[in-house]
Write a protein that binds this ligand. Structure first.
Ligand SMILES: [Zn+2]
Length: 297
């Protein structure tokens, strides 16, 4: 079997993670070094010298100039959380490493917390992933496709728009060598011209070169933002064309992942979170961004 260099890239093993981030002190040091690589500047007056107040469980720093205090977790997703940082790091590790996703129930067991805490931690992390990737717009050659995504539920209808499935747009920017480079998975209110226009303005850089299978609502609207090329293969499913290889493979994997991992939840309500987590992981694996830098990139 040919070796896939992405699949076989070295990750962080569980023993190595525990060795590096197994204690509260280790996690606080890692967070401090990752947040303030040049040293902490006071968040209030920008003075470049702060000292750590001793004897505090949660790291607290005081400015030598204005005497105002700054918490290590202020302005991060850990702010005001009573959960130890080592459990937050473990959650980030587990969610970041789980190639096919991780349910709140599985996270509850792994962290040893109650379900509500696990659910809140999972959704806070997924919200951070969503906000981080929302800063990017896709540029260059971009494959787009539409799909109804969500968990299977017994009794649901087949085809477009079955119960517990919602309309989503998948877009993959390709590298100059035509390999996958950046992914966006976004729920949309429907495959209408207005919905696709909102999506295109949010996700595509002006001038991007978009390739689609020619769904009627794509053309006019995407052309308002980017150059659009529609491919409709007579008698053949456009998704089988080599041109759509990456996006079709990816959507197949996403559907399988959602069916197996998250089959019991109300997907429609939190689709943005779950899809953002899948895209975030995909984008960082491609770039080989190691833990814990993955939190901030
Ligand atoms: Zn200050």
């Amino acid at each position: 079997m040919a070796m896939n260099r992405i699949q076989f890239q070295p990750g962080l093993s569980i023993p190595a993670f525990q060795q590096q981030f197994g204690s509260e002190d280790q996690c606080q040091t890692a967070l401090e070094q990752t947040r303030w690589q040049q040293g902490l500047r006071c968040l209030h007056c920008q003075y470049p010298a702060c000292y750590r107040i001793q004897g505090r469980t949660n790291a607290l720093f005081e400015c030598r100039a204005c005497r105002k205090q700054t918490s290590l977790t202020a302005g991060t997703l850990f702010e005001k959380s009573s959960l130890p940082l080592r459990l937050w790091f473990l959650a980030l590790y587990l969610i970041g490493e789980a190639k096919t996703g991780l349910s709140a129930l599985a996270l509850k067991c792994q962290l040893g917390v109650n379900y509500r805490t696990a659910w809140l931690v999972q959704h806070k992390i997924m919200q951070a992933m969503l906000e981080r990737d929302a800063r990017y717009q896709l540029d260059g050659v971009v494959q787009v496709d539409d799909a109804y995504l969500g968990g299977e539920r017994s009794g649901g209808k087949a085809g477009r728009g079955p119960e517990n499935k919602i309309p989503c747009m998948a877009a993959m920017a390709l590298h100059v060598w035509r390999h996958p480079w950046y992914l966006k998975l976004s729920p949309v209110v429907g495959f209408t011209q207005q919905a696709i226009r909102v999506w295109a303005e949010c996700c595509l850089q002006p001038g991007a070169y978009v390739i689609s299978d020619g769904l009627s609502c794509f053309g006019v609207v995407i052309r308002a933002v980017a150059t659009h090329e529609a491919h409709v293969a007579g008698g053949k499913n456009p998704k089988d064309l080599p041109l759509f290889r990456w996006i079709s493979t990816l959507l197949g994997n996403v559907k399988a992942s959602l069916s197996w991992i998250y089959h019991a939840f109300a997907f429609g309500k939190y689709a943005g979170h779950y899809l953002a987590a899948i895209a975030y992981r995909f984008n960082r694996v491609l770039r080989k961004i190691p833990f814990p830098k993955i939190i901030f990139y």
